[in-house]
Design a binder for this molecule. Structure first.
Ligand code: C2E
Ligand code: MG
Ligand code: MG
Length: 439
């Protein structure tokens, strides 16, 4: 149907220009502005079933109803075959846009008569408000369209856009609920990333990295759920599961390469849990594991946040024979006075320095400094994030002991890691030489 035949309706191009102008004005004056996108449900079916004349009558009816709903300053447009939109400048709050949507629904509820057909018009509405859901025209229209899709998915007549902050809160709550039962439901999995001895060029251990296979969201990386698990007190439970799983699964690893260790990460709050030391001792006993094959990784920043308490925990862990590694070293502002006292066995050079060290003399200096500092305190050094042979060679030249990174192997599921270890046959310029394909 031709645009001109619809009362008070502009087209999409004009609408976009007007929207941009209104949003600018609204941002400048600090006033609110609403956008409503109205989608006529089953419009194509109406055309097919009753003919184009009926379709045109429906469009006309919706345009008329929108005119009834609109205030003087509001602007109506047809922005798609079966889509209308309305700009509502000077909105008091989002509730007013919702009222407009409700009125629209009520007025559309009266069926229209086209020849001998009675047609009931059903529409779905998406609402977005400036500045809450966007502060320029395209962004606001997109937010309203997303709200419309959400309304349609949940079979609601209308839906209001959610701001980024609200969206994050919803996601966090969602993750929090899912996490409550994730360990008990067997949804957690450990991936293992190999570490190699740089001089001997053989695997000497692996870092266990947790993954959450959520039935709702698929595989989730630790950075996306560990901060939430920390906040809601679930990290001790996850850590206990991780230590037990790592000790059980590492039992199966080949001893072809001699002594082999497994490293598990500890998050900051877990360090203050009074049950941590007993929990580690209990797990070592259950799996009859050699304590010195277990490394606990603690970031430099969480170790140095409260050295008196944390060093005490480290000492107890070391007394039972397990080892402590300072993770992400170089990013945590250690004071040398504390460093002198730290009861650790290993230091992991953070990947931010490793990544650019071939091209950046400054990062190279830092790497050298950290390696020499660690050695003068009898600490083993592991470089993390080694992605290519040039970085590997440079680190070896600087005297780094071990390397971990995509150049050697990405984190892999337990079964794949077992196969990787069996197939490993040395390290070449293009990565590990494997005797057979590893999935
Ligand atoms: P992290 O302990 O520093 O682990 C190293 C991270 O670097 C891993 O990310 C690993 O996949 C990634 N990585 C390894 N090699 C390379 C490389 O060559 N290039 C790049 N760009 N990245 C590399 P992932 O698995 O996503 O883990 C992220 C962080 O989550 C870990 O950092 C650790 O702090 C935390 N995390 C993982 N598993 C656990 C856990 O079981 N408990 C706790 N508390 N934290 C965990
Ligand atoms: Mg780590
Ligand atoms: Mg790290």
């Amino acid at each position: 149907m031709n645009q001109n035949m619809l009362p008070n309706c502009t087209d999409r191009a004009e609408f976009n220009a007007m929207l941009r102008r209104h949003v600018e004005q609204s941002v400048n004056t600090g006033s609110s502005l609403g956008v409503m996108v109205v989608d006529i449900n089953r419009f194509r079916k109406i055309n097919w079933a009753f003919g184009y004349k009926a379709g045109d009558a429906v469009l006309l009816a919706v345009a008329r109803v929108l005119t009834q709903v609109a205030r003087k300053r509001d602007l109506i447009a047809r922005i798609g075959d079966n889509q209308f939109a309305m700009i509502l400048p000077g909105l008091m709050n989002v509730g007013h846009a919702v009222l407009a949507a409700s009125k629209l629904m009520r007025l559309l509820g009266v069926p229209i008569q086209v020849e001998h057909h009675t047609i009931r018009i059903v529409a779905t509405v998406g609402i977005a408000v400036c500045p809450d859901h966007g502060n320029h025209g395209d962004m606001l229209l997109l937010a309203a369209e997303k709200a419309l899709h959400r309304a349609r998915d949940s079979r609601s007549p209308y839906s209001v856009a959610v701001s980024e902050r609200e969206q994050r809160n919803i996601q966090d709550t969602d993750i929090e609920f899912g996490l409550q039962s994730a360990v008990a439901s067997g949804e957690m999995e450990l991936f293992y990333q190999p570490k190699v001895h740089m001089r001997k060029m053989v695997p000497v251990g692996a870092e266990a990295l947790v993954r959450w296979n959520s039935p709702v969201r698929g595989r989730i990386q630790p950075d996306d759920f560990i901060p939430i698990a920390e906040k809601c007190g679930l990290m001790m439970n996850i850590t206990q599961w991780a230590i037990n799983t790592a000790l059980r699964e590492s039992h199966e690893w080949t001893w072809r390469w001699g002594k082999f260790n497994v490293a598990v990460n500890l998050s900051p709050r877990v360090l203050y849990d009074p049950n941590l030391v007993d929990m580690v001792r209990g797990s070592l006993a259950i799996w009859e594991a050699n304590a010195d094959a277990l490394i606990l990784e603690v970031t430099e920043s969480s170790a140095m946040a409260n050295p008196e308490t944390v060093f005490g925990v480290f000492r107890q862990i070391k007394e039972m024979g397990a080892r402590i590694s300072l993770d992400d070293f170089g990013t945590g502002y250690s004071s040398l006075a504390h460093f002198r006292e730290i009861p650790a066995n290993e230091l992991k050079l953070d990947k931010t320095f490793v990544k650019n060290m071939v091209d950046s003399p400054a990062d190279r200096h830092i790497a050298k400094l950290v390696i020499d500092l660690a050695h003068s305190f009898d600490l083993n050094v592991v470089a993390e994030g080694v992605e290519d042979v040039a970085t590997y060679k440079l680190l070896a030249r600087l005297g780094c002991d071990c390397a971990q990174g995509f150049f050697i192997g990405k984190p892999m599921p337990h079964r794949t890691f077992c196969a990787w270890l069996k197939a490993f046959d040395g390290l070449t310029a293009s990565g590990p030489r494997l005797t057979r394909e590893v999935a």
